[in-house]
Design a protein around this ligand. Structure first.
Ligand SMILES: Cc1cc2nc3c(=O)[nH]c(=O)nc-3n(C[C@H](O)[C@H](O)[C@H](O)COP(=O)(O)OP(=O)(O)OC[C@H]3O[C@@H](n4cnc5c(N)ncnc54)[C@H](O)[C@@H]3O)c2cc1C
Length: 510
């Protein structure tokens, strides 16, 4: 590159920014784009080569694999909870999406084989056939989830830490606000048991929660369940054409159009403070950048245990860590298979479990996504992608020689594939490509401590009340992403991004 252009770029980067965002996950990018759309000067620093974090992608031998997420909420066209559509729109971007007629095909113990259809009535009918004695309770429970969703889906979703917004939204939608206040401290399991007593059905509801919250219904906040169990029938599950990675790429394009910048291979090693206030960041290459506000999209563990000195750990964070722990990571298997492995009518997303006792165990529940059923261009002609993953702890992958590590990966992959052969007969014979990711892979490539999927309550808490918002006890420092309210999932971290940008914009006087 021409040296004068390079030095002009370096000068620009070294100048004073309104906000620096550490990380270009969806939480970080939604914050950055929202702020840029309000006129802020924003710099995003990303340690990896491309944006997206857990919503990124990688390419091998003609396959484009999603790193993690592929069941995507938030792409609806109506209401206010379609936050991915809204985030893109705010910076003049749009993505073509492909609607999925079915959220999940469950393959569960006790012969519980059923699909969550996009149509609410069709889903209730199918579930009711398995539990005819509980038909009324099933409807009452899921209808109560709709009540939560309907409250959320009328109001603009911004920062609950901003009094002006809270007052405005209360006067605009008093009943919806009171409804949400009622549900905020509640958990899904308690509400389910008001209507349902069949133990197998209650286990099914545990799985309905576990497959996105990684805890059973008793520890899953009702607000989150209300969103997931209703939006899948409202905005629906929609897959972005070209793969999930497109979301981050489009957000970056929109951000740059609004004058924001993203720098890759820029690992932040330190949040720089002055008199206890965050004033900038330092990178692994020694460069320092300053900003009026610093926003961390790294997990709260990475932010407070690695980017700040131990003596700066706020008491509030210690208390949070006493309430929440890191969830396990995942063992991910990215497979390329011959198309004939999948019979006609195969659905895109599957959950597979043989024994209820093992739902929460490592390698218990298996998650499967086959995005090429919706977008065939992600694989070579005549082939499909099967992305399968299952919970796995980092401790099981530590202290291994390179040879032991490779052997252990191989053995784990074999175990998973053998189990999958039950729902996809012929899978082993039809394998074309295979790549295994462990908790170590997640830690290394996603920059997440222990490769964790995110925070989970250590015990039963009061719904979502214990999740922290975006401000931190360190002036000038904010957190965004899945370890802030309202938790994991692309649409949830987009919510966190909207809220964070709103709070920061108010603080900057924008
Ligand atoms: C296997 C798997 C499957 C999933 N499936 C789904 C699904 O189907 N649907 C769904 O909605 N959600 C799903 N999720 C969850 C969802 O992907 C995440 O909750 C969400 O993407 C997290 O976004 P985030 O912005 O909080 O953080 P991340 O995606 O973790 O992004 C953080 C970014 O910050 C960067 N970073 C970290 N530290 C630094 C540093 N020091 N310096 C610079 N950059 C840094 C990272 O490289 C990363 O790019 C899945 C997750 C996984 C792992």
């Amino acid at each position: 590159m021409n040296t004068s252009i390079k030095s002009a770029q370096e000068k620009e980067l070294a100048s004073h920014w309104d906000a620096i965002v550490i990380g270009s996950g969806i939480g970080g990018l939604v914050t950055a784009t929202q702020l840029a759309a309000k006129g802020a000067k924003v710099l995003v620093l990303e340690r990896y080569l491309i944006p997206g974090g857990s919503a990124g992608y990688f390419e091998r031998q003609g396959y484009r694999f999603d790193v993690g997420a592929s069941m995507i909420f938030g792409f609806g066209t109506e209401g206010t909870t379609n936050l991915l559509t809204r985030a893109l729109d705010a910076v003049g971007m749009r993505l073509e999406t492909i609607p999925d007629a079915c959220q999940i095909h469950y393959h569960l113990p006790d012969g519980l084989d059923l699909k969550v259809h996009r149509s609410y009535e069709k889903f209730l009918q199918e579930l009711g056939k398995h539990f005819p004695q509980e038909k009324e309770g099933i409807r009452k429970f899921y209808d109560e989830c709709w009540r939560v969703f309907n409250c959320l889906n009328v109001m603009e979703l911004l920062s609950l830490e901003e009094l002006g917004y809270l007052t405005r939204v209360f006067f605009q939608h008093p009943l919806a606000c009171l409804g949400l206040v009622k549900y905020l401290p509640q958990n899904t399991g308690d509400i389910a048991r008001r209507y349902i007593s069949d133990p197998v059905l209650l286990r099914f509801l545990d799985m309905e929660c576990y497959c996105w919250s990684v805890v059973p219904a008793d520890r899953t906040p009702m607000i989150n369940a209300g969103m997931v169990f209703s939006d899948r029938h409202y905005g629906g599950i929609n897959y972005p054409k070209g793969g999930v990675g497109q979301i981050a790429l489009k957000l970056v394009e929109g951000l740059e159009k609004k004058g924001g910048r993203v720098q890759y291979k820029a690992r932040v090693t330190k949040i720089v403070t002055e008199n206890g206030r965050a004033i900038g960041v330092k990178l692994a290459n020694g460069k320092e950048y300053r900003a009026k506000r610093v926003i961390s999209n790294a997990t709260r563990w990475d932010t407070f245990e690695k980017l700040l000195p131990p003596e700066m750990m706020p008491t509030k964070e210690k208390n949070w860590q006493n309430r929440y722990q890191k969830s396990p990571s995942f063992l991910s298997l990215h497979l390329g298979v011959k198309a004939e492995v999948l019979p006609k009518g195969t659905e895109c997303h599957h959950i597979f479990l043989e024994d209820w006792q093992k739902m929460e165990e490592p390698e218990g529940t298996i998650f499967v996504s086959i995005p090429t059923l919706l977008d065939p261009n992600l694989a070579p002609e005549g082939h499909h992608i099967i992305h399968t993953f299952t919970p796995s702890w980092i401790d099981d992958w530590q202290r291994l020689s390179p040879k032991e590590y490779e052997e252990k990966k191989e053995a784990a992959a074999e175990r998973l594939i053998e189990r999958l052969e039950v729902i996809f007969p012929g899978l082993i014979a039809g394998l074309d490509y295979q790549e295994v990711g462990t908790a170590r892979t997640h830690r290394r490539f996603l920059g997440r401590e222990d490769g964790t999927y995110g925070p989970i309550p250590r015990r039963k808490l009061m719904g979502l009340l214990g999740m922290p918002f975006n401000r931190t006890s360190i002036p000038g420092l904010y957190c965004v992403g899945d370890s802030t309210f309202p938790g994991q999932g692309l649409n949830a971290v987009a919510f966190s991004g909207f809220a964070c940008a709103h709070r920061v914009a108010v603080d900057l006087g924008l």
